[in-house]
Ligand binder design. Structure first.
Ligand code: UDP
Ligand code: MG
Length: 327
């Protein structure tokens, strides 16, 4: 075992999670207490709740608990920036103090009992420990199908995702440092972290029902998350268009020669049907192509602006005293 004991920070992104937060705080605190008792982590280990611009009582719950419990700290982002950036904000702040960080969703759908195994793997020297869902029995049929399709598509596009792994993972200091060198605007952690290429392992667990509250990932957010994942990591869609263009060009050469031969050596048809079909076909194809290219240009536009990904409004992690001063 490494010594001294590692300071663990568990980063929890929260967006309007007032219903589930009290239970989450209690359960994660007892995990920390237990790991401290087992002498697996440093006694100053803590929970870092990232309030992602919630408009319910999420932040007041975090702030209140942080006064009461030595385990609880939090940061409040100035506005809602989304799950991925909220996690990143937490990790970047956590990096200032911790030796390893675990990220987990606030709804505790991921099994907290495997956190101990994560830490044991950390002690064995792994840089990254991925939590992988063994079953998705509690997710809706629709969510299961779309998620499966998404992982398959990503694999086809050559993006090295860890299948059935969401954002429940442990990163050690080395992984956190490497991660901070990735400065892209479009954060897709599931894609970036395997790219680090560090020493990693997987732990399997059953995914559970949301403890309370509703999902913060409606269909629209899920689609944009998938599109983000694909276009941030792969130019295959653009290549596909080029290829399709090439094939169509060859096809039109053959079809064109055929039409000319018919004109000079056969008889001329009035051609209306084929004309209409090709106009619609090519028109549609062009729109798709422009759309995909636009998607990438949009990405370039966002990247070149190089805006900060989030603004921290209140930081109780590095300034625990702030809370008492406010009251
Ligand atoms: N979340 C966030 N910002 C958002 C949306 C979600 O920080 O804009 C958090 C949310 O509070 C939760 C996690 O991201 O801790 C995952 O969201 P959720 O459980 O609703 O997603 P699902 O499990 O349904 O995919
Ligand atoms: Mg969830």
């Amino acid at each position: 075992m490494q010594s001294p004991l590692p300071l663990l920070t568990i980063v929890v992104p929260c967006y309007n999670e007032e219903e589930v937060l009290p239970a989450t705080i209690a359960q994660l605190s007892s995990v920390l207490a237990e790991l401290t008792n087992l002498a697996l982590i440093h006694e100053k280990s803590n929970l870092l709740f990232v309030d992602d611009g919630s408009n319910d009582r999420t932040w007041s719950l975090i702030a209140m608990e942080s006064v009461r419990s030595p385990f609880v700290t939090g940061i409040k982002l100035a506005r809602n920036v989304g799950h991925q950036k909220a996690i990143l904000a937490g990790l970047e702040i956590a990096k200032t103090k911790c030796d390893c960080a675990i990220t987990i969703d606030a709804d505790l759908q991921d099994d907290i009992s495997v956190i101990q195994t994560f830490i044991e793997k950390y002690h064995e020297g792994y840089d990254i420990v991925y939590g992988v869902r063994d079953s998705r029995d509690t997710d809706s049929f629709f969510k299961k199908r779309t998620a499966l399709g998404f992982y398959r598509l990503m694999k086809r596009l050559g993006i090295p995702l860890v299948a059935n792994h969401a954002d429940f993972r442990l990163l050690n200091r080395r992984a956190l440092t490497e991660l901070s060198r990735y400065q892209e605007e479009n954060v897709f952690l599931r894609g970036i972290i395997p790219l680090l290429g560090l020493h990693s392992t997987k732990i399997y667990y059953d995914r559970k029902e949301r403890l309370a509250g509703k999902t913060k990932y409606p269909l629209k957010k899920m689609l944009s998350f998938a599109l983000e994942g694909i276009t941030s990591f792969s130019i295959t869609p653009i290549r596909f268009i080029t290829l399709l263009g090439g094939v169509l060009f060859l096809f039109s050469l053959v079809a064109g020669s055929y039409a000319l031969m018919q004109k000079f050596f056969g008889y001329t048809r009035d051609g209306w049907t084929s004309l209409m079909i090709s106009i619609w076909f090519i028109g549609g194809l062009q729109l798709v192509a422009i759309g995909i290219i636009g998607e990438y240009i949009g990405k370039i536009y966002q990247e070149v602006k190089h805006r900060p990904k989030y603004t921290i409004d209140i930081d109780l992690y590095t300034n625990p005293m702030l809370n008492s001063q406010q009251d």
